[in-house]
Design a protein around this ligand. Sequence first.
Ligand SMILES: Nc1ncnc2c1ncn2[C@@H]1O[C@H](COP(=O)(O)OP(=O)(O)OP(=O)(O)O)[C@@H](O)[C@H]1O
Ligand SMILES: [Mg+2]
Length: 466
Amino acid sequence: MESIKEGSTVIAIDKDKNSQYAVKWAVDNLLKKNTSCTLIHVRTKALHHRDVENASKQGRAPTNEELHQFFLPFRGFCARKGAMDLEKFMIVEEQNIEKARLGEEAALALAEVEKQKTKAAIESAEMSRCLAAIEIKKRKQTEKRAMQKEEEKQRASNTNQPDNILCKRYNIKEIEDATNCFDKALKLGEGGYGPVFKGVLDNTVVAIKALRSNITQGDRQFQQEVEVLTTVRHPNMVLLLGACPENGCLVYEFTENGTLEDRLFKKDNTPPLPWNLRFKIAAEIATGLLFLHQTKPEPIVHRDLKPSNILLTKNYVTKIADVGLARLVPPSAADKTTQYHMTATAGTFFYIDPEYQQTGLLGVKSDIYSFGVVLLQIITGKGPMGVARLVEEAIHEGKFEKVLDPNVTDWPVEETLSLARLALMCCEMRKRDRPDLGSVILPELNRLRDLGGVIDTDIVTATRNE
Ligand SMILES: Nc1ncnc2c1ncn2[C@@H]1O[C@H](COP(=O)(O)OP(=O)(O)OP(=O)(O)O)[C@@H](O)[C@H]1O
Ligand SMILES: [Mg+2]
């Protein structure tokens, strides 16, 4: 910095408006008189004059008097300090300026940092906004998909509503007319799920199973299961002709020769079934059962295979009955049924897979156990209780012939023994010890059936009608 001439007038200037006035004043009043003057940059607030500030605040140019007043303290200051001091003062001021500059730079740097921070924050906010937007879009898509699925489900379930039921749907009036208002005289029997009536629907003789009202009323699952059951069609399965979902009635084809149980026990004095017919029945049960077990995507496990659920048509074609009934009726609902159910359960007990009883694990091999008991009943004509042990012991003691149904006099003992051994294997305690239906049981039963040759069922029927 240049040194200031002695006697020169020092004018403090800053960046403010007052400084502009000061310079103007100095030019007007000092330079015209050839007075030397030095402009120095100051940041000492105290050197500014209030009058000039007032003028600027009032939006007018300061008067000459005010400008004079403005420089009075500065002049006084310079006079008091002298040129040297003034230089010192200026150095100090210069340092102040430098400091301010540095401060300004620091502030600028800080501001820059802040700016960057703000920019980053804005960017981050923008990013978050984008992510949030993506999230919202994703959520909306998921919601849309879920809604579509729900709609599809709804549509699917709607097709299972009574109005859309695939098998013939009967109304209550039709069922009442067919059964003469559930006339006791038309009652064929009663199992665990309700009474069965003989009736005529669409000019066809049918069996109508009236499931207990508390079991199925309004139950959508009932309708869905009925749908499934109508698709399970096989010559050795009783045909489900229709349903009345409102009162839980199932309409089946009627089988003239009743149940295997009734025929084995010669209910109503019917003639005994000949051995070859028994072998044929055995093979046909296995055929129907294999069909059930091969159902896709899931095998159907009958769960209630027993002679009363094996029906015989006019020509003694075997039909497995009550397929899917155990699944159709939830166990909790079945539990609420009357003593009939208790009786039926007690009767069914001896057919239940012991491994299933112990572990609760049901499988196709559970039906094989029941089938083993049925086979033993076919050859012995005995009840299910303890029949396996009886036959096993008889074979062991070489007295097998003694346990064969005495109503048949011409048993082919060797072949029947083969059948008995197979049946006992089916009755093994553990599932894994029971033979396979498709590869072991059915081929053997077919072989035995073929031994029986062509059966003239008319003989049985004729004898029955006598
Ligand atoms: N489709 C049918 N054709 C002819 N008679 C039938 C038919 N369905 C059932 N029956 C008769 O009705 C009776 C009762 O059948 P239901 O199925 O109710 O009892 P269940 O077979 O003894 O026991 P579960 O309830 O365990 O099946 C049978 O014993 C049979 O005489
Ligand atoms: Mg039944």
